[in-house]
Design a protein around this ligand. Structure first.
Ligand code: GDD
Ligand code: GTP
Length: 425
């Protein structure tokens, strides 16, 4: 039997995801029509022997309860939310709830960062784990030399896959093989966590000078992977599947496109157009693949959607509207002949007629093999906003006949004119 833990963090994490995480916890933000971590759950459910999924984080449990109930009903699998009393680090929560994780004696358990997305190679990792005498198997992927330093970097034995050296976000180049934040761990890892915890607690208690009363945090990367490197107990499973982080709000557009592409293989029923019955004639808007449309959304038959568009529940898309490479959230209303591209339109936001809402794609450089998204900071060295996906928070109102370009608009803002390269507070 296997289990899975999804690390979802808490309100203090995911700050770069604002303003999209102001009205909904980041792990529940919908990409390709489903909350981010529902994609993780679906990946776990495909592993035949996996019997329980634990969401581990420090959001108030009231934020997650409804979602957990819905997931249990939908996938008929045990799913629980375990709440850390404070941020305990990427492995501190696992140690704190060790009895719950060990309960039922699973042969191994997955740990998946809630802020990554991809076609997780979980089945392949299980097989690989079976071939090794491993305490932990880490999913790894190739990155470019420059980008690799933003991740955990792995030096491995090319023949055996053993991790020889691990450095978390080094300041200079170490390796282009990076940690995907997806692990398969043996229960024996708790012995290491116990030793780390004991050592840190002793340091904390005797560290009188700094009067450090913080709780003991344990990081899976620095406190477990790094010391395990070179001991013959940690291995890397190198995957060529699509994988990306979900850090700034704009990264959802890239993830949206790839999840929609995965639906072709796994859930073609989710990719469909809508038909509108008018008299005896069924009129269908023009759809350019891939597009996800929630069944309750209204799309006028003269609208043109796609490629790579997701439309949420009860959204209303008027006549002549053109949308591409965008996420339109539930209840949004886009009036006649407006254009939306490379943008996220927040819940219940309104865009007036003949307006243009446009962002700049921030995809990985297609000419560089293994390039990942750059996750640029909001501002460049000249203090100017880096051109990026346009983001409208929830309940924003954009008037008719304006242009909104490369901008971020905070929730509930009523715009009165055009904006370009601005954060509208
Ligand atoms: N439950 C819980 N408690 N979860 C946490 C906590 C915590 O205290 N702190 C972080 N997390 C969760 C985050 O929500 C996220 O899903 C994941 O753990 C990783 O956290 P970060 O601290 O943001 O690390 P990172 O994303 O910069 O780097 C990690 O992921 C990279 C891949 O995306 C590292 O594992 C890197 O080595 C790795 O390359
Ligand atoms: P030990 O490795 O246990 O002796 O301690 P340390 O203080 O060197 O640990 P550290 O966290 O610095 O990282 C472990 C090893 O990773 C180092 O010995 C370096 O070889 C390597 N390393 C750490 N940071 C960097 C870095 O920024 N650049 C490069 N090239 N290597 C690094």
């Amino acid at each position: 039997m296997l289990k899975a833990i999804i690390l979802i963090g808490g309100p203090l994490k995911g700050t770069r995801f604002r303003p999209l995480s102001l009205d909904i916890p980041k792990p529940l933000f919908p990409v390709a029509g489903l909350p981010i971590i529902q994609h993780h759950i679906e990946a776990c459910v495909r592993v035949p022997d996996l019997k329980e999924i634990i969401l581990l984080g420090y959001y108030p449990s009231s934020d997650l309860m409804k979602f957990v109930q819905e997931m249990i009903q939908e996938y008929k699998i045990a799913i629980r939310y375990l709440q850390e009393y404070t941020a305990l680090g990427t492995a501190g929560g696992m140690y704190h709830f060790r009895d719950q994780i060990r309960c039922g004696n699973p042969t191994a358990f997955f740990v998946i960062n809630g802020d990554v997305c991809g076609d997780f190679p979980l089945l392949e990792m299980c097989e690989y784990y079976g071939e090794k005498d491993a305490l932990v198997v880490v999913a790894g992927t190739e990155a470019t030399r420059n980008q690799s330093v933003n991740y955990g970097c792995i030096i491995s034995d090319k023949n055996t896959g053993e991790i020889l050296h691990y450095v978390e976000k080094p300041s200079t180049f170490v390796s282009t093989l990076v940690n995907c934040g997806v692990y398969l761990c043996s229960l024996d890892i708790f012995q290491i966590l116990a030793a780390v915890f004991k050592k840190k607690e002793e340091e904390r208690v005797y560290d009188l000078a700094s009067s450090n009363n913080d709780s003991t945090t344990i990081q899976l990367e620095q406190d477990v992977l790094r010391p395990l490197a070179g001991t013959g107990k940690a291995f890397v499973y190198q995957s060529k599947n699509w994988w990306s982080q979900l850090k700034p709000a704009g990264s959802t557009i890239y993830a949206n496109r790839h999840f929609l592409q995965l639906y072709r293989k796994r859930h073609p029923e989710r990719l469909r157009g809508v038909g509108i019955q008018e008299g005896n004639v069924k009129q269908i808007p023009k759809i350019i693949d891939d597009v996800f449309i929630h069944p309750t959304a209204f799309i006028h038959h003269t609208a043109v959607l796609g490629p790579n568009v997701s439309i949420g529940a009860n959204a209303h898309i008027g006549p002549g509207v053109r949308i591409r490479e965008s996420i339109i959230l539930s209840g949004a209303n886009i009036s006649n002949h407006s254009l939306v591209m490379y943008s996220v339109v927040g819940r219940n936001s309104k865009i007036g007629a003949w307006s243009r809402v446009e962002g700049t794609p921030c995809d990985p450089n297609p000419n560089k093999p293994f390039a990942k998204m750059d996750n640029l900071p909001l501002f460049n060295s000249n203090g100017k906003l880096n051109p990026s996906i346009t983001i409208l928070g929830c309940s924003v109102s954009v008037p008719a006949e304006v242009i909104l370009l490369n901008s971020i608009v905070l929730p509930y803002k009523e715009l009165s004119r055009s904006f370009k390269n601005e954060i509208i507070l």
